[in-house]
Design a protein around this ligand. Structure first.
Ligand code: AOF
Ligand code: ZN
Length: 350
């Protein structure tokens, strides 16, 4: 009889996390969840949460099993506590109980108040052996958007900019100049597909006339966000073409129209906390901030960010708009894209 070792558990949970990752860009605002069903040290089923509103990971994994008679002696690995609530689908905990699986190994507990421990309790009450916390940190990182929204009631904020080797972000009059290379451009499209919304400030919208869509990578277009306090942006700009849902954060009233919604904020209160609150109410779990410097610097100053991805290119400008300065943070990752160096920083809480 096969006895699972800690190494086997890690291997299977890693596989489940890899499966979970396949839902990125599609599962949101739901978490990324993967599930592996094993029997006697062999994988007999796999699944992940592919699409918001669709079946959960456990359902897909159980359905993929071609030898259901093995389920009562199976060990199931799932990256999130099986749900206990009737949502868009019946509870996954009930499904695992009904199939009489023997053991369930969980990476993260579900912070969703509808679940929060109830899934684990249900399984244990039914006599299923439950282990938790396997690769917990990896799971929290994978679902950092979901955990931030659940625990802090605000979206996860990713800042992104490209700077020259001498520390500039644009030319002296904010004219946009090509700084990063081809590979970085593709990566930015991947990043756009991975976050739920993209934000730009007024000056960037005006000077760059961005489309803020996903072209170089498969995935869904994000929600476009733009700040236009006094409604000064030309209505002919791409952001107002109605091709993609767009929210305009403003101090002025204007009637919304299909795909362009005006969200009026109070001048008496700071802009960004209000904006993040509005986004959380709309179930937006993550925002990629593409500039410009005013927006980036404000979010940095207020500590309203989680991750900063800085693309440093070899080019020199000799002058222009200085790149934002990061405060207290830690380097999480560093890699090269063509000629560019990419640094991923995480805000240090404290
Ligand atoms: C699981 N397995 O694969 C996922 C879970 O709206 P619903 O019905 O899809 O439920 C969404 C909630 O269910 C979500 O907020 C999270 O708490 C949990 N997600 N649970 O057992 C899964 N995606
Ligand atoms: Zn579920």
């Amino acid at each position: 009889m096969f006895a699972p070792t800690p190494d086997f558990d890690l291997l299977m949970m890693r596989r489940a996390l890899d499966l979970a990752r396949l839902g990125i860009g599609f599962a949101r605002p739901n978490p990324l969840v993967g599930c592996v069903v094993t029997h006697d040290g062999r994988i007999i089923g796999e699944g992940w949460h592919r699409q918001y509103g669709g079946p959960h990971a456990e359902v897909n994994a159980i359905n993929s099993v071609t030898e259901p008679e093995l389920l009562p002696r199976s060990r199931v690995y799932v990256t999130l506590e099986p749900c206990a609530h009737h949502g868009k689908t019946p509870p996954c905990a009930d499904l695992l109980i009904e199939k009489r699986v023997a053991e369930v190994v969980i990476c993260n507990a579900d912070p969703n108040p509808l679940v929060a421990g109830r899934g684990i309790a249900k399984l244990r009450e039914a006599g299923i052996k439950v282990e938790t916390g396997v690769l917990e940190a990896e799971g929290r990182w994978l679902n950092r958007r979901f955990f931030t929204a659940q625990e802090q009631q605000r979206p996860y904020v990713v800042l992104k900019w490209a700077e020259t080797a001498d520390g500039y972000l644009a030319g002296p009059y904010y004219q946009s100049v090509a700084i990063s290379g081809e590979q970085s451009r593709v990566a930015v499209h991947q990043w756009r597909a991975e976050e739920q919304a993209i934000l730009v400030g007024t000056r960037t919208a005006l000077h760059d006339n961005p489309r803020l869509n996903v072209r170089e990578w498969p995935g869904q277009n994000p929600l476009r966000l733009v700040i236009d306090k006094n409604l000064s942006l030309p209505p002919t700009h791409h952001l107002f073409d109605g091709g993609q849902p767009t929210l305009v954060f403003t101090y002025r009233e204007r009637a919304s129209r299909p795909h362009v919604e005006y969200v009026v904020l109070s001048e008496a209160e700071d802009l960004f906390p209000q904006m993040l609150r509005q986004l959380h109410q709309r179930q937006v779990q993550s925002v990629l901030v593409e500039g410009g410097t005013t927006v980036l610097n404000s979010l940095l100053k207020d500590g309203l960010w989680d991750e900063a991805r800085v693309i440093r290119a070899p080019k020199r400008l000799g002058g222009g708009v200085p790149a934002p300065k990061l405060g207290l943070c830690g380097l999480h990752e560093q890699f090269r894209l063509g000629e560019d160096d990419v640094f991923v920083f995480l805000r240090t809480v404290g």
